[in-house]
Design a protein around this ligand. Structure first.
Ligand code: ZN
Length: 275
């Protein structure tokens, strides 16, 4: 599932391809993909210009002037560039065609089965239940050491807290495991037991790992090629995630897979002590 680095890359790709272009056609495959009637989806988007793209947590924000699109890609949903317009289908669940100079740009938002492409009036998008509850972005000024110290001062597991989008926006299973390995903290440690130094290490590792992952266009495990035909490269940098049974790159101990906060979790039992 796309996490913050992948969503950042997708958002930037959409901008690179379609910024300043006008929507010529727009359609969704099924009514449950969006929060408006399928016919209205096209009606509200056609004629609008893409003024900007952004990200709130794992949600892509499309600024179309009076209308704002919120796209939540889950499972392995992505954005593809199609060679020409085609009606949406089970794979290409929402399709937008942009006009402008040169060839039209047709973008498909794929596999929105559990995700969505919602439309809001400009300014109303902050009321979206997933957006209104988001904690600070890891790269924002609000994501300070002081903030993280108070947000983690709870009895829940550190992994569970970092996955909680109201604590930090945008983190998911892959990067939380990588961050906790880098910070040498076992995922089951209760947040309230972390020392100041450990919280400092989590804070630094969060920004370092996410920055590097964005540079490498994120992590892709499938054969997905993005809107520019490229694949992510960060999967080659993963230290523990998906590496069960292999030696820890730091100490050589075998990496184990367990279940924490309901998610498959990868740790080095030597580098990350449970207590
Ligand atoms: Zn180790």
């Amino acid at each position: 599932m796309p996490e913050m680095p992948e969503v950042t890359v997708i958002s930037e790709d959409v901008a690179a391809l379609a910024l300043g272009r006008e929507v010529l056609r727009a359609a969704v495959f099924r009514p449950d993909v969006t929060n408006v009637e399928p016919e209205e989806f096209g009606r509200r988007l056609v004629g609008r210009t893409l003024h900007g793209t952004g990200r709130r947590g794992k949600i892509i924000v499309l600024d179309l002037g009076d209308v704002v699109g919120l796209v939540h890609l889950v499972i392995s949903g992505r954005v593809l560039r199609l060679p020409e317009w085609r009606e949406p289908d089970r794979m290409n669940t929402a399709v937008l065609e942009f006009g402008g100079e040169g060839d039209p740009v047709v973008l498909a938002f794929t596999r929105l089965w559990l995700g969505y492409f919602h439309l809001y009036e400009s300014g109303e998008e902050v009321r979206h239940p997933l957006v209104s509850r988001l904690g600070p972005d890891p790269f924002s000024e609000d994501f300070t050491l002081e903030y993280l110290t108070s947000a983690l001062d709870r009895k829940a597991s550190t992994k569970g807290l970092l996955l909680d989008q109201s604590v930090v926006a945008g983190l998911g299973n892959i990067y939380v495991d990588e961050i906790l390995f880098a910070a040498r903290i076992h995922p089951t440690r209760k947040g309230s037991t972390l020392t100041a130094e450990e919280i400092h290490n989590i804070h630094a590792a969060t920004r370092d790992i996410l920055r590097r992952a964005i540079e490498l266009r994120g992590t892709t495990f499938d054969s997905y090629h993005d809107a520019f035909g490229e694949t992510g490269k960060y999967q080659h940098q993963l230290q523990v995630f998906t590496h069960a049974g292999e030696p820890c790159p730091r100490c050589g101990t075998e990496i184990i897979k367990s279940r924490v906060a309901g998610r498959g979790t990868y740790t080095c039992p030597a580098c990350q002590k449970a207590s």
